[in-house]
Design a protein around this ligand. Structure first.
Ligand SMILES: [Zn+2]
Length: 57
């Protein structure tokens, strides 16, 4: 199993097997993350960030 943490706050998101491709919401910070687990790497992308909204103020 591969453990995946939230790239925004570091909270543990899920455990997955190689080849998994899932979208999940972090229960701690509310960010929506797209997780892709390959055999030798894990990529996590935020689909929604609050940072852009803050920068507009
Ligand atoms: Zn988070």
């Amino acid at each position: 199993m591969t453990y995946v943490n939230c790239p925004y706050c570091g909270h543990k998101l899920l455990e997955g097997l190689c080849g998994s491709c899932v979208q999940t919401k972090c229960v701690k910070c509310g960010q929506i993350c797209f997780v892709k687990i390959d055999s030798d790497s894990v990529s996590v992308a935020l689909l929604k960030t609050n940072d852009r909204l803050k920068q507009n103020n």
